[in-house]
Write a protein that binds this ligand. Structure first.
Ligand code: F6P
Length: 418
């Protein structure tokens, strides 16, 4: 059995009956691996069908005994696979092939194609027989699909159930002889891992084994204004200013009046300014070193003006490539992504609401993940002081709501263009 070498490219093929959460999972993998820095894209056969044939095929179109339609579906599947493989020949590192891939013959063809083009593959099977979960998924993601515009809810439900039945008639679960795969059963209650090796599949597994489908929000806020913020100094471990302390009190009041739930968990960094901001919440909180602010290395404690004056070359290098610029003996934004990896996986695992009290660079990187902003753009995300941001996951994205709390403080966002 050969193990993937560094730099190998991957086709991740979803497997599963309709309405099991394949697209949700495919997008989560794409978001997470993209955020980690691997060019990743999901290729969805349903979207290609709607684009080319128009929406609104009834369940007959998915009946395996309907030969014409089966041919059309086969051709569409092939075309989308071609697109995914073409993307891997270019800039892509991980292509996710989001289709039912419900028969062994179909998957054998995918494996053969990957072998022919010298690509690694991983099948991700989502299996769920709980009628309540399936119905909830159909209602949330399928009824609003263009396939059912003009249908009554009952008509749409009936048609979709019939569509599922057509696939059930031919569905073959993944077998021992099918190489590298993972099966998630009943929303992760059981995970079967079969011949999965390598760093990239390992990161995908880490996400998949922790992924919850529940829609609980994550709140994020920067600490209240610190002494260093007042002086426009970067880094350090200063305490809160008077205005910062007032924000901490107001934040606690806001959380009391807008209860995210009794079971709210509060996470801070290990730095004083976040711990002091969380203190009035009067809850136990976990302090994470991974949430500490970007390490400014030899520039820690300086103002942006001082950096520009004393180290013009460093200042200019950061201005030109803020994402990859690493402070001498410190960190870059890309480094921050690496250390936030486990925070993201933990946030995906959590079933209870979480409030993260942290710092500008760190929260920019977390925000990029949730709002699916390309992570290279994270250094320019606007995240002012004294603002609480609620991020609520939806089926395929995230809703962002911002609340500015008093006291308002200006911030000298001078130095580095933000
Ligand atoms: O100024 C506050 C601060 O959190 C600094 O400690 C940190 O170095 C900086 O913001 C990060 O923002 P930028 O990457 O835009 O310099």
């Amino acid at each position: 059995m050969s193990r993937p070498r560094r730099g190998r490219k991957y086709l991740v093929a979803m497997v599963g009956l309709p309405a099991r959460g394949k697209t949700f999972t495919a997008r989560k993998i794409a978001g997470y691996m993209g955020w980690l820095g691997y060019p990743t894209r999901s290729f969805n056969v349903g979207e290609a069908r709607r684009e080319q044939l128009g929406p609104g095929q009834s369940h007959d179109f998915f009946d395996p005994s309907n030969r014409d339609a089966a041919e059309q579906r086969g051709a569409l599947g092939q075309q989308v696979l071609d697109e995914a493989m073409a993307w891997l020949r270019g800039e892509g590192r991980i292509a996710i092939y989001d289709a039912t891939n419900s028969t062994k013959a179909r998957r054998d063809a995918i494996r053969a194609r990957c072998a022919a083009e010298d690509r690694e593959f991983l099948f991700v099977e989502i299996s769920n027989d709980d009628p309540v979960a399936i119905e909830a998924n159909v209602r949330e993601t399928k009824l609003s699909s263009p396939d059912y515009s003009g249908f009554s809810t009952e008509e749409a439900l009936q048609d979709f159930r019939a569509r599922i039945a057509h696939y059930e008639a031919i569905y073959e679960p993944l077998g021992e002889e099918e190489g590298s795969w993972v099966r998630l059963r009943d929303r992760g209650r059981q995970v079967v891992i079969h011949e999965v090796f390598g760093w990239i599949p390992g990161r995908i597994l880490s996400l998949l084994t922790n992924l919850q489908v529940s829609r609980r929000p994550v709140w994020i806020t920067r600490h209240g204004q610190s002494q260093f913020n007042v002086e426009d100094r970067i880094g350090g471990d200063s305490g809160l200013s008077g205005a910062g302390a007032a924000y901490a009190t107001n934040l606690a009041r806001y959380v009391r009046e807008n209860p995210p739930g009794e079971d709210l968990d509060v996470w801070t960094s290990t730095l004083q300014r976040t711990i002091q901001t969380a203190a009035p919440l009067e809850r136990e909180f976990g302090d994470w070193r991974a949430l500490d602010e970007i390490d400014a290395g030899i520039c820690d404690g300086m103002t942006y003006g001082e950096v520009r004056e004393r180290m013009p070359a460093e200042y200019e290098a950061r201005r030109l490539d803020k994402f990859d610029y690493r402070y001498p003996r410190g960190e870059s934004y890309r480094d921050v992504v690496q250390r936030l990896d486990r925070v993201i996986v933990e946030l995906e695992r959590y079933r209870t609401p979480v409030l993260v009290v942290a710092h500008r660079a760190v929260l920019r990187v977390l925000t990029a993940y949730f709002l699916q902003i390309p992570v290279e753009k994270s250094p320019w995300i606007d995240l002012p002081l004294h603002t609480i941001v609620k991020l609520t996951p939806t089926a395929y994205g995230c809703i962002e709501e911002r609340t500015v709390l008093p006291p308002q403080v200006g911030e000298a966002e001078t130095g580095q263009p933000s």
